[in-house]
Write a protein that binds this ligand. Structure first.
Ligand code: ADP
Ligand code: MG
Length: 331
């Protein structure tokens, strides 16, 4: 049985009376020990929502509850931010000329020096940075620094770790590493992780639950696979996948009769066939993606995407037949 750790009831934060920028009427619950991703386009209110949960931003209205108690806002505390939560800042906040172990240990009090050493050592081991203990931060790579920052954030055993676009500065390899680190902290330490990302792949790979924000509204939430397969909005499908959306009229030309105004299709729902048909698509462009190709196909001015898992099998200008395995209708 899962236990709720955070509840938001009708929470709004409006930055000014003239515009509706911020977040509006947010209701949500977060399970203890879960990994949550807040996803949405730029300006949709992700950072605002994260700061509200952390308590560093006061809501205009509504209730925020952590373990059954009101989350104090910035004016109710000397140091803004909930004591049981840690927000990992993008600039890491490390003492550059101090050693790795010093940076980590300094988060704990001096009351029990032996325990302090023990805990830091465990944390370094968990994040695979034990061999770096005596190095100064300036001597480390960006990825190593990030691990030290993570160790610092979790050594005080916060209940909740909050991250605002932690991957934005990282190259692809470091991204994969950090994803794995975060998942490990989540599962091995049982920390509830709430992560904001503009790259939905982060959310899809890591999260137990995703919250989709659009224009300050929480438009849908649920398990990544469920939301991806059956999005309630075309916005979500476009955000999470390479979905393309066609008006019903264009879909009809493709042989799809839709009662809704729009039809949404993911490229992996488009099957390529080499047999001849009158409904032939021309391959207009081929985008190489490593283990697959994204094919841009055109038929009577209608453009669709198909995922080709056999790179090199087609060439530009070639005609292909497609069959749509699945599509979703939207009003
Ligand atoms: P996201 O993190 O999803 O990009 P934000 O939460 O930062 O979005 O911002 C949501 C909306 O609120 C945007 O329209 C943004 O311009 C506005 N906003 C954010 N912070 C402030 C602020 N301090 N003052 C006024 N408007 C703000
Ligand atoms: Mg933001």
């Amino acid at each position: 049985m899962s236990e709720t750790i955070i509840t938001l009831k009708d929470v709004s934060k409006l930055y000014s009376q003239e515009s509706d920028a911020g977040v509006n009427g947010i209701n949500l619950t977060i399970d203890k020990g879960s990994f949550v991703a807040i996803v949405g386009e730029s300006g949709s209110g992700k950072s605002t929502l994260l700061k509200l949960i952390y308590g560093s931003l006061a809501p205009s209205s509504g209730d925020l509850i952590f373990k059954g108690e009101h989350i104090p806002g910035p004016h109710e505390k000397l140091i803004p931010g909930h004591d049981a939560m840690k927000m990992l800042s993008q600039d890491f906040d490390l003492n550059l000329y101090a050693k790795v172990y010093e940076n980590i240990e300094s988060m704990l009090s001096n009351e029990n020096v032996r325990e302090k050493k023990q805990r830091s050592s465990e944390m370094m081991e968990l994040l695979g940075i034990q061999s770096l203990a005596d190095k100064r931060i300036v001597e480390l790579s960006g990825g190593e620094q990030q691990r030290v920052a993570l160790a610092r954030a979790v050594i005080t055993e916060p209940d909740v770790l909050l991250l605002d676009e932690p991957f934005s500065q990282l190259d692809a390899l470091l991204k994969i590493q950090l994803r794995a680190d975060l998942k490990r902290l989540n599962t091995e330490l049982g920390i509830t992780v709430i992560m904001v990302s503009h790259d939905p792949v982060d959310g899809l790979t890591l999260a137990d639950k995703m919250f989709i924000l659009k224009g300050g509204l929480l438009i849908e939430s649920g398990q990544p696979a469920a939301i991806y397969e059956n999005p309630a909005h075309t916005y979500t499908a476009r955000l999470l996948g390479n979905a393309f959306v066609l008006p019903a009229g264009e879909a009809k030309v493709m042989g799809i009769r839709s009662k809704g105004e729009n039809v949404m299709i993911y490229p992996e729902w488009v099957e390529l066939k080499s047999s001849w048909s009158s409904r032939r698509y021309e391959i207009e462009e081929i985008f190489f993606r490593g283990f697959y190709e994204d094919l841009l196909l055109v038929h009577k001015g209608i453009r669709i995407h198909a995922m080709n898992t056999k790179p090199g099998a087609y060439r530009k200008g070639q005609g292909v037949q497609v069959s749509i395995k699945r599509y979703l209708e939207f009003d």
